[in-house]
Every structure is written in structure tokens, then in C-alpha cells.
Design a protein around this ligand. Structure first.
Ligand code: KE4
Length: 430
């Protein structure tokens, strides 16, 4: 039975690590069953503890855009490791990576490297508050920006009210300045700025949201976020940890043609190693220590092995035609899934941009979190396990997006579509 070693490892892990995992979504709590303990990965695949192969549509939740073990990336990491793992001192490679990021993202004049998306979002938030001298922030239900206290917050009772903590250990005082609005809700957006505009430090958004599966900000909504921030002197902060270099070379800001004031990045820029970043105009970024009064620091920030991995990754994705090929592959997948669902009479809709995709067991694309949550868990869970049993590994939660890499072949995509067709056949009725 292929689950024996995974089950054994899971039982062992749960004795020493809370929930047996180092990040909650990995525990399969939403979908049930035994998490697969991955032994190794290569290209579009990884193998579990029992050596069962899966086509990987997680890609480490976004970073593995080239596929696992790309030769040029592997060589860069091996070479960097021989020169040292960490110095706690500046290196040329951090400068090179910063220059490369700034060259690719014209909305930024300076960038600070950190070790995780949470750290980047938390630091960018502190910078926005420090640079504006204001305390209120706006975020949207269904958007996730890592687990900094001020961002673990759900909508309050009424429209445009301040949030309540979503996690134990976060005192209400810490989220009392966080306004949580409904994604794509122009009325709430206008109201929030009318009421609090003078005291809003920043509006933080996933302009293509990948933490409620895949929901786009409408162009009108995104444009209005930009206009209202400008009008009220608030900073527009795009959280591109997931979309950065994933939906296109210029991320969601490139797709939407909107210039944010601050951008948070992660995942792809580290190529799978712990590396994230936040950046923006010089005048704002120079408020950061050691130049300015906003403190931010990190022992492993700009780590020499991680920056080698990130640079080698960016070099490959910046090559002409990379995103055209990746986008076409992703479209082939979602169009095939849609056709398979239609053939089986399953209510289904899909979305994709670049190498990121989503799907819903719903008749039409949701525009916000509450519409996403109309999806049926049991039906999703049946589809998840149906695919997993056939060697296709998608996100173990219906509110997560999916990722295609340059290593996925048409044969992999076709095998995935066939596995979905089989799973659709036995999907429990609504
Ligand atoms: P990390 O701290 O996990 O590196 O990044 C936090 C973060 C910030 N912003 C966005 C838009 C993100 O998607 C994330 C992290 N994404 C999740 C996937 N939904 C990571 C997977 C996990 O939590 O294990």
C-alpha cells in the first residue's frame, strides 16, 4: 500500500512537530487523508516516501517555475555553496539580484531582500506606516499576506469596519487599525476612504488573488484602488509574493498596467530557496534603517546561496518567449479541464494568467471570498483525492491556486486532464 511509509512518517512527525508539518496547509486537514512526504523532485514531478510519482502542480506554492532541479539553477547553487553558506555581511550577488529585480520592475527604485513573504509584507507594512505617519491599513477578505499579527484579521461586523483577529494570540488592539473590505467591492472601498482616507497608511492587495484560489481584481476596482490611494496620500501596496514573476515578467502590476507604491515579492525570486523582497520609490525606501527611522533587519537576508538560486531562476524566466510558452501550457491545462468537466456535466470554471491557474466547482467565476466559499468541500475533496490516487498532485485546499512549470510537458498536461475526467465521473452530486 503506497500510503504505509507516508502514514508512518506522518505518525512519527506528529510526535515532534505540531500537526506533523511546518506549515499548516501541508497537513491535508482541509481534504483529509495522509500527507505525502516528498523524498525528491525532478522537473515537473516529485516522489513520495513510497516512491510514488506525482505530477506536481504546487511547485512549492509558486517558486518552482522552472520545474525542480533546473541544471543552470542547480549549478549556481552548488557553486555558491562551495564559496560559503552565509556571511552576515554584504555580497556582490545581493547587489546583482537587486539590480535585476529593479530592471524587471520599473515601479521600484530600491529593494530590500528578506527571507520570507511574511517578513517582506510585515516590513513593507511597517515602512508604509513609518513613511506616512499614519496607522490605518486596508486589506481584503480572502487575501493572505503571511502571518504578521496585524494581517491575521477577518472582516468586522458591518461595512468598512475594523477587523477582528483570525488567530489566537493576536490581541484585538493589534488589528484595531486594520480595515477588512470585500474584494472587488467598490462601494465599501469608497466608503472606507471617505471615512478614514486621511489616516490610511496603505491599501494592501493581491491584485490577482491566489489565496482564495484564483480571483482577479476587476480593472475598474484595481484602478479605483490606485486613484483613491493617490487622492488620499495612502500608499498602494501590491502583494506579489505569489504573482511576482509568476503571472508574467512584470507580475500583476504588469498585467493590470497599474504602478503600485510598494511591491512585496517572494517565491519565484528565490527559486525555491528562502528569499523574498519588498521595494518601491527611493524616497520611501530610504526611510528604512540604516538610512531612516523605520527599523528592519535579518540575519539571513540576502543569503548568498539563496541569491544565487534566485538570480539563476530570474535569468531563465527573463529569456524571450518564456511566458508565452508557459502561458500557453497553462491555458492548455485549464481548457482541457473545462472540456472534461463539461463532458461530465460538472459545474466548473477556470482562470489562469501566465503560470498560475485556478478552478472552481461552480458554474461561474467568483468575484470575492464569500462567493468562492460557496464551493462544495466534499466535491473538491473527492476531486483532490481522485487526482492524487492517479498521480496528480494539486493544492490540498479549494482556496489555493495551482502552478504550472516550464518542465510540464504536453503529455503531463494531457495525463492530468484524463485523470480529471476519470475523477469527474464519480464526483458526488451537489
Ligand atoms: P511566506 O511567509 O509563506 O513565504 O509568504 C507569505 C505569503 C504572502 N503573500 C502571499 C500573496 C502569499 O501567497 C504568501 C504565502 N502563500 C502560501 C500559499 N497560499 C504559502 C503556503 C503555506 O502557507 O505553506
Amino acid at each position: 500500500m503506497h500510503q504505509d511509509l507516508n502514514a508512518e512518517l506522518f505518525a512519527r512527525a506528529q510526535k515532534v512537530i505540531p500537526g506533523g508539518v511546518n506549515s499548516p496547509v501541508r497537513a491535508f486537514k482541509a481534504v483529509g487523508g495522509t500527507p505525502r512526504f516528498i523524498r525528491r523532485a525532478e522537473g515537473a514531478y516529485f516522489w513520495d516516501a513510497d516512491n510514488k510519482r506525482y505530477i506536481d502542480y504546487i511547485g512549492s506554492w509558486g517558486p518552482m517555475i522552472l520545474g525542480h532541479g533546473h541544471p543552470a539553477v542547480l549549478e549556481a547553487v552548488q557553486k555558491a555553496a562551495l564559496d560559503g553558506f552565509s556571511f552576515g555581511a554584504p555580497t556582490e550577488r545581493e547587489v546583482e539580484l537587486a539590480e535585476q529585480i529593479l530592471q524587471l520592475l520599473p515601479s521600484m527604485e530600491m529593494v530590500r531582500l528578506v527571507s520570507s513573504g511574511t517578513e517582506a509584507a510585515m516590513s513593507a507594512l511597517r515602512l508604509a506606516r513609518g513613511a506616512t505617519g499614519r496607522k490605518h491599513i486596508i486589506k481584503f477578505e480572502g487575501c493572505y499576506h503571511g502571518h504578521a499579527d496585524a494581517l491575521l484579521v477577518k472582516a468586522g461586523s458591518g461595512l468598512a469596519t475594523f477587523g477582528n483577529p483570525t488567530s489566537a494570540g493576536v490581541p484585538p488592539e493589534v488589528v484595531q487599525h486594520t480595515l477588512v473590505l470585500e474584494y472587488n467591492n467598490l462601494t465599501q472601498l469608497e466608503e472606507a476612504f471617505a471615512l478614514h482616507g486621511h489616516d490610511i497608511a496603505c491599501l494592501m492587495i493581491e491584485a490577482i488573488a491566489g489565496n482564495m484560489n484564483f480571483v482577479r481584481a476587476t480593472p475598474a476596482f484595481a484602478k479605483r484602488c490606485r486613484e483613491l490611494c493617490t487622492q488620499h496620500g495612502a500608499l498602494l501596496l501590491f502583494d506579489e509574493v505569489m504573482t511576482g514573476f509568476r503571472v508574467g515578467l512584470q507580475g500583476a502590476q504588469g498585467v493590470l498596467g497599474i504602478k503600485p507604491d510598494l511591491t512585496v515579492m517572494g517565491k519565484v525570486i528565490g527559486g525555491g530557496m528562502p528569499l523574498a523582497a519588498f521595494g518601491g520609490p527611493r524616497a520611501i525606501m530610504e526611510q528604512l534603517a540604516p538610512m531612516g527611522p523605520v527599523y528592519q533587519a535579518g540575519t539571513l537576508s540576502g543569503n548568498p546561496v539563496a541569491t544565487a538560486c534566485g538570480l539563476a531562476t530570474l535569468r531563465e524566466i527573463a529569456k524571450p518567449g518564456f511566458y508565452q510558452a508557459l502561458g500557453a501550457k497553462t491555458k492548455r491545462l485549464v481548457q482541457g479541464l473545462q472540456a472534461a468537466a463539461d463532458a461530465e456535466g460538472v459545474p466548473f470554471c477556470t482562470e489562469s494568467e501566465g503560470g498560475m491557474f485556478g478552478f472552481f466547482l461552480l458554474p461561474e467565476l467568483p468575484q470575492n471570498y464569500s462567493q468562492v466559499m460557496r464551493s462544495s468541500n466534499p466535491r473538491f475533496n473527492h476531486l483532490f483525492h481522485g487526482l492524487l490516487d492517479q498521480g496528480v498532485y494539486i493544492a490540498p485546499a479549494l482556496y489555493e491556486a495551482g502552478f504550472v512549470s516550464a518542465a510540464h510537458t504536453d503529455a503531463d498536461i494531457d495525463a492530468t486532464i484524463e485523470a480529471a475526467r476519470v475523477a469527474f465521473k464519480t464526483l458526488p452530486k451537489e
